[in-house]
Design a protein around this ligand. Structure first.
Ligand code: F6R
Length: 608
């Protein structure tokens, strides 16, 4: 979704803004723009299309003089992608320039109101009302104007605002949409995400809703809506800019696939001490866990698929009923929850609007919220009762891989922890599970070494029109993720089915050449999967099977077999997903598509 950067300092702002925006390209966008305070007032340059087009238009930023500015990449919500609808938007007098990420829900009413007051609208965006509201409320004090503006708008926003009367400072605010402040030496920044500022500073403020930031090159002041100054803790970013760069790989997605062993090890290692799972970061007591009447796992997209694995794992291990729900449904379905209900929210970004809303609904119902989050200091991490961080590091490719894998790991950790605290698993079982977790990175390394085999299979089928992923129980949960991965980056139609369900309708779609990826790693269901493979083969399907090493009998049924190392059933989903990620990656690459930034998608979905 939209990306914002802001800079004030001693250097020329425009190249810094363009560089910052380039680090936010992963979020998805369709146009880009900057506004810079120059000797002649605010100058806006904006353009539909890639950031490179804007950069070319202004000679990499050199053509726009000035040491303070704001920049934006837009992901269209209100009004088509166009130069006019691109941000920044100016007020009619040109005194205010605004960049915005989020949605102003009452913009139509405000637009009508402001039109009656004589304001003229240039664009179809919701954002433009903000520029005019600033003009309307401004009586010489920018902070007062900001307070009035945010009191007037409903919805979500991260805003960066330049005012021509303040040539050395600008103002920003956030509510429900991400925005951080970067604290430099003689220069300060705002940004939607850390990578945009990391080459300049590691010191950041995370902002709470409606905290207003007044920034000049030497000082950052934060106010609440009563205009009282708020003191903030400085957070020191502990990862390097190289973590958010391609580091020699052609695509972020590939780099992130390769980083999975490291990410899983980082998520597991600090949580294992003296042969036990230790979750220092959470405060759930054995008493609370014992009295849980139900667990909801609530998330979106791939994180939801982690929840489907979580249901199998938690129910098997600790026999607590688990319901997995898509966050956008949870909030509207009047869920049954009370203080004995644990609502687990899973989110890489911690900023997904639907998941945030679901978390708040859970809290309203009195449930306890437990978040599995990757982005430190994000909204969900701040608001949930407990947070179990995944240590995947920054994930830049839109299609998640390493964050998904670390979320799976966090779910295993949580589940084993529950079993351990409730005394439901024996010490032998505990040792077995811990070993499975510790062995996982090496097993994934081994799988990654065989990537050439997957590339070969992808080269045979990258032109196919449709792919079905089938599996049972845990394999079905991974099939959901394999299918999503393929469709989002290769644009090939694909569906995931519980293998036993095919014969209830979908098998009608099987014909000569239909590609079926059959996941056959659940030991006691292996024979059932062989039968399902026979069923689809009999209708002409081509079958790519994924099976545990040693199950060579599958070679008689499937056209291709991808073997994964033997491991505990608990951690098998973490292995199975890897060839599916690679398959999607290679298919997309062979089709020549934009792997890291697939069409229509955004990394962090901050609108409902
Ligand atoms: C798919 C993908 C999305 C996200 C979903 C939730 O590859 O990345 O489906 O998993 O948008 O995002 P987070 O985890 O940030 O809440």
């Amino acid at each position: 979704m939209c990306g914002i950067v802001g800079y004030v300092g001693a250097n020329q702002a425009a190249p810094i803004l363009l560089d910052g925006l380039s680090k936010l390209e992963y979020r998805g966008y369709d146009s880009a723009g900057i506004a810079v305070m120059t000797g002649d007032g605010i100058v806006v340059k904006k353009k539909q299309g890639r950031l490179a087009t804007l950069s070319e238009m202004i000679d990499g930023g050199k053509a726009v003089k000035g040491t303070m500015g704001i920049g934006h990449t837009r992901w269209a919500t209100h009004g088509e992608p166009s130069d006019t609808n691109s941000h920044p938007h100016l007020s009619n007098s040109g005194r205010f320039a605004v960049v915005h990420n989020g949605i102003i829900e009452n913009y139509l009413k405000l637009r009508e109101y402001l039109t009656k007051k004589g304001f003229e609208f240039m664009s179809e965006t919701d954002t433009e009302v903000i520029a005019h509201l600033f003009e309307y409320y401004y009586k010489g004090d920018i902070i007062d104007a900001m307070i009035n503006v945010i009191n007037r708008v409903d919805g979500s926003y991260a805003l960066g605002v330049l005012c021509a009367d303040n040539p050395d400072s600008f103002i920003a605010v956030r509510k429900e949409s991400p925005l951080i402040v970067g604290l430099g030496e003689g220069e300060n920044f705002i940004a939607s995400d850390i990578p945009a500022i990391l080459s300049h500073t590691r010191k950041v403020y995370f902002l709470e809703n409606n905290e207003i930031v007044f920034i000049n090159k030497d000082e950052v002041k934060v106010f609440n809506t009563d205009r009282e100054e708020v003191s903030k803790n400085v957070y020191e970013v502990d990862w390097d800019i190289s973590a958010a760069e391609k580091g020699g790989y052609e695509h972020f997605m590939f780099k992130e696939i390769m980083e999975q062993p490291r990410a899983i090890a980082d998520t597991v290692k600090p949580r294992i001490k003296d042969g036990r799972i230790v979750l220092d970061d959470i405060s759930l007591t054995a008493d609370y866990i014992r009295n849980i009447n139900k667990v909801y796992i609530v998330a979106c997209g791939s994180a939801y698929h982690v929840g489907v694995v979580g249901k199998y794992v938690i129910e098997q291990m600790v026999r607590i009923p688990v319901e997995v729900m898509v966050a956008s449904e949870f909030r509207y379905c009047n869920p049954i929850a009370d203080e004995h209900t644990l609502v687990v929210l899973i989110s890489q970004s911690g900023e997904t609007a639907d998941t945030i809303a679901a978390m708040r609904e859970a809290k309203r119902l009195g449930a306890r919220t437990f978040a599995i989050v990757n982005a430190v200091g994000s909204c969900i991490a701040r608001e949930a009762d407990d947070v179990l961080y995944t240590w995947a590091g920054p994930e830049i490719a839109v299609a998640t891989t390493k964050a998904y894998s670390t979320q799976l790991t966090a779910v295993y950790l949580m589940s084993i922890y529950f079993g351990q605290e409730l005394g439901l698993i024996s010490s032998a079982q505990l040792r077995r599970y811990i070993k499975a977790l510790e062995d996982l990175p090496a097993k994934i390394e081994k799988l990654l070494e065989n990537k050439g085999d997957i590339q070969y299979i992808a080269s045979k089928y990258f032109n196919t029109k449709s792919v079905f992923f089938i599996g049972r129980t845990l394999d079905y949960a991974v099939a959901l993720e394999g299918s999503l991965k393929l469709k989002e980056i290769s644009y090939i139609h694909s569906e995931a089915y519980a293998a036993g369900e095919l014969k209830h309708g979908t098998i009608a779609l099987m014909e000569k050449g239909t590609v079926v990826v059959a996941l056959c790693t659940v030991g006691n269901l292996f024979d059932k999967m062989l039968s399902n493979i026979k069923e689809v083969k009999a209708r002409g399907a081509v079958v790519i099977a994924v099976a545990e090493e040693g199950r060579t009998e599958i070679e008689q049924e499937a056209d291709h077999v991808i073997y994964v190392p033997k491991c505990d059933e608990l951690t098998m989903p973490s292995e199975v997903v890897v060839p599916l990620q690679l398959f999607s990656y290679y298919v997309s690459s062979l089709k020549g598509l934009d792997i890291d930034k697939p069409r229509n998608l955004a990394k962090s979905v901050t609108v409902e």
